[in-house]
Design a protein. Structure first.
Length: 325
């Protein structure tokens, strides 16, 4: 007390001034902060085991989220290559087909139209199929002329490709039309479902993290029951007693987040080589991306918040039951 008053006099504060209360508040929090860190480091094995369980629980939804982000990056440019293939009837000549090209290019929902005649289709098939000798035996060209229609998705993202496909199928000159990239929509729908499932998994695992930390704090409270009773006999408030336990939850959440980040980084590093080999086979420059600074920060904040919240609920519940005899 004498040292404290000397310190206040040296600073020029009054005994009950705002500076005194702020310094006292800050001193108590710093004391609880470093005391809880000492308690965390005093039992490194048990602390590491608890933090590892928390880290695995945090790494599972975060890791799935990173994988889904990489999958979304792969499919992000595919929709811009969407094309509708319209096979023309044999009775439609090249002149009429070229007129259809001009008519379709005037529509606002069409970006580009390409005409491939029967002869061009046969020559392309001859070069790519490897059956040139077998094709020479044919008496007539069995392939139809076709139109490749690219929707104007870049200028008009709200273009309904299904409506455009239906309108092409209703044209009298078109024998059949198909939407080659329909599977992309199905893939995106599957990714959306998995994203929702990951969100639900994250909620359940977040609750598990709170239960783990809450149980750890409960054991710490029972181990220090006698100390808490003595502190209450000397007039310590519940806020003063619970402060070190709240900081303990902070340290467990921080350590668990750090372990989760390490697990995700190591997993992505192990996947980097096979992913690069697969991308090279498809002449793609795709590389696996990690959490990134923003997502890593969100994960650390979520881990710290869950640690603090689990500790707060546990302390509030069990501290009231301890009263000096």
């Amino acid at each position: 007390m004498i040292r404290e008053e000397r310190y206040i006099l040296q600073k020029g504060s009054t005994r009950y001034g705002p500076g005194y209360y702020f310094e006292s508040w800050l001193l108590q929090h710093l004391q609880a902060f470093f005391f809880s860190l000492g308690q965390f480091c005093r039992n490194p094995l048990s602390s590491l085991l608890t933090a590892s369980v928390i880290g695995i629980a945090l790494a599972l939804p975060a890791g799935f989220y990173v994988l889904l982000e990489n999958a979304a990056r792969i499919t992000s440019g595919w929709e811009s290559t969407v094309e509708i293939t319209a096979f023309l009837k044999n009775s439609v000549g090249n002149d009429r087909a070229l007129e259809m090209v001009k008519e379709l290019q005037q529509q606002g929902n069409v970006a580009e139209v390409r005409f491939i005649s029967k002869e061009e289709a046969l020559e392309e098939y001859r070069q790519l199929s490897g059956f040139s000798e077998a094709l020479d035996t044919l008496q007539s060209n069995p392939l139809p002329s076709l139109l490749l229609i690219k929707p104007a998705l870049s200028k008009h993202p709200d273009v309904d490709v299904e409506t455009l496909l239906k309108s092409m199928q209703e044209l009298p000159e078109v024998d059949s039309a198909q939407y080659d990239q329909l599977w992309i929509k199905r893939l995106n729908a599957i990714i959306s479902i998995v994203q929702r499932a990951v969100l639900i998994l994250a909620v359940f695992l977040g609750m598990a993290v709170m239960l783990i930390i809450g149980n750890t704090i409960r054991m710490m409270i029972f181990n220090r029951r006698a100390e808490i009773e003595i502190a209450k006999l000397f007039g310590a408030t519940d806020g003063f007693i619970q402060r070190p336990f709240l900081y303990s939850g902070f340290w467990y959440g921080l350590a668990g987040s750090l372990i989760a980040w390490l697990l995700i980084s190591i997993s992505l590093w192990l996947l980097q080589g096979p992913a690069n080999q697969l991308a090279g086979l498809y002449s793609s420059g795709f590389t696996v991306s990690g959490l990134g600074l923003r997502n890593a920060g969100i994960m650390f904040l979520a881990g710290i918040f869950l640690g603090w919240l689990g500790s707060f609920i546990s302390v509030r519940r069990h501290l009231r039951a301890i009263e000096p005899a």
